[in-house]
Ligand binder design. Structure first.
Ligand code: KG4
Ligand code: ZN
Length: 366
């Protein structure tokens, strides 16, 4: 086990630590706070911070143990400590960063700061401890990042070179699914609940079909070709009014169809924008990461698009790699380790709005 990295992510509501080497993951421990935040229907920052503080030491210890490493600091064969710098919740990020700095100083190892979104991109390349699967990334690559906080299209021209070519103007896709579930009084997080309900309808198209037929169609936003930005607030409003004018009985009778129709509209936008981005930038590889990439139906739609466009598409290989986790931070950090791109433990600070690759380019409609 060479170039071992101990990685930490506390950017939102999961406390996570992992041991990785290159793309290989030896342990990936995630302590989820979903149960804590459930009654608020979303993440409550002060609670998140407290839970991170309570759990971080245990999660770190467990990550070392599961990777088969000694628990005494002096014997640890680590090449670096990696941590998420941002974007994320300021007071949550702070907990992981303070711990990573402390470890870097105590163990006298370099510290690597990772952008959380870069982590989600690399989650698609993470391997098990035996180095499987082997995935070739051919540049330029296009990444579609879909989570509760992000909906972005990122063009990657080489390792470490990113250009955000599209992003949401309001809500993220996962947030929209969470809000739709809340409108239906179904609980949190909404994405998996909406997916499960939608799967019970029989009008979800299969991979071979090209026409989808939702019972409740919504007006799609940002329809100009070549506009790669996303918007979900209009969909949410349409959904709210549709549900508001239904009786309890109608709502009960149409629950599955409502979920399927909303999911359809939410993903139609993702597929349309990704398709436009492929036509504009001609990427050689398509990557899709983030909590929403766990959705089987979204995977079906993206696989169909990738087949039509004749490029490979990669998703994270395990459910633990789709949501927030530290293994993806370790995998992203391995490239920085090779380039000796280290952070100063005295200066590293949380960056709640850390951008990926700087400027956002809006492409004018052709
Ligand atoms: O990446 P993640 O765990 O945390 C953030 O960085 O936001 O993503 C959480 C989001 C939530 O909005 C959740 O509803 C959504 O991912 N999600 C899903 C599924 N599983 C989680 N959305 C659709 N289908 C799923 N199966
Ligand atoms: Zn995330």
């Amino acid at each position: 086990m060479e170039n071992l990295i101990l990685a930490i992510d506390t950017s939102c509501d999961e406390t996570s630590a992992a041991v990785t080497s290159g793309r290989r993951v030896f342990s990936n421990v995630i302590s989820s706070q979903i149960a804590l935040h459930q009654k608020y229907g979303g993440v409550y920052p002060a609670l998140a911070k407290r839970a991170h503080l309570e759990r971080i030491d245990y999660v770190l210890k467990e990550a070392l143990k599961r990777a088969g490493l000694p628990s005494t600091n002096h014997e640890l064969p680590l090449a670096a400590i990696a941590v998420t710098q941002g974007p994320g919740l300021a007071i949550a990020l702070e907990v992981g960063i303070a711990k990573a700095k402390q470890l870097a100083v105590e163990l006298n190892r370099p510290l690597i700061a990772v952008n959380h979104l870069e982590g989600h991109i690399f989650s698609t390349l993470a391997q098990n401890k035996n180095g499987s699967p082997e995935r070739e990334i051919v540049f330029p690559a296009l990444a579609l990042l879909v989570s509760g906080g992000h909906t972005e299209l990122v063009l990657m021209t080489e390792y470490g070179q990113y250009q955000v070519v599209g992003q949401t103007l309001d809500d993220a896709v996962g947030e929209a699914l969470d809000k739709a579930a809340r409108i239906l009084h179904l609980g949190y997080p909404g994405g998996p609940i909406i997916e499960a309900l939608a799967n019970q309808t029989n009008n979800l198209p299969t991979a071979k079909e090209s026409q989808n037929n939702p019972k409740f169609p919504f007006t799609p936003p940002l329809k100009e070709r070549g506009n790669l930005n996303f918007s979900y607030s209009g969909l949410k409003t349409q959904f709210f009014y549709l549900v508001a004018q239904m009786t309890e009985e109608e709502l009960g009778d149409n629950l599955k169809e409502l979920a399927a129709s909303f999911q359809e509209a939410a993903f139609e936008q993702l597929i349309r924008k990704t398709s436009d981005a492929i036509e504009i930038y001609h990427p050689q590889t398509l990557l899709c990461g983030g909590g929403v990439s766990a959705n089987r139906y979204l995977r079906t739609l993206l696989r169909r698009l990738a087949r039509e466009m004749k490029i490979p598409v990669y998703f994270p290989t395990s459910p633990k790699l789709t949501g927030d986790n530290a293994a993806m931070i370790g995998v992203a950090a391995s490239n920085k380790l090779q380039r000796s791109e280290f952070a100063d433990p005295e200066k590293l600070d949380r960056e709640p709005r850390l951008p990926l690759g700087g400027k956002v380019y809006s492409i004018s409609p052709s």
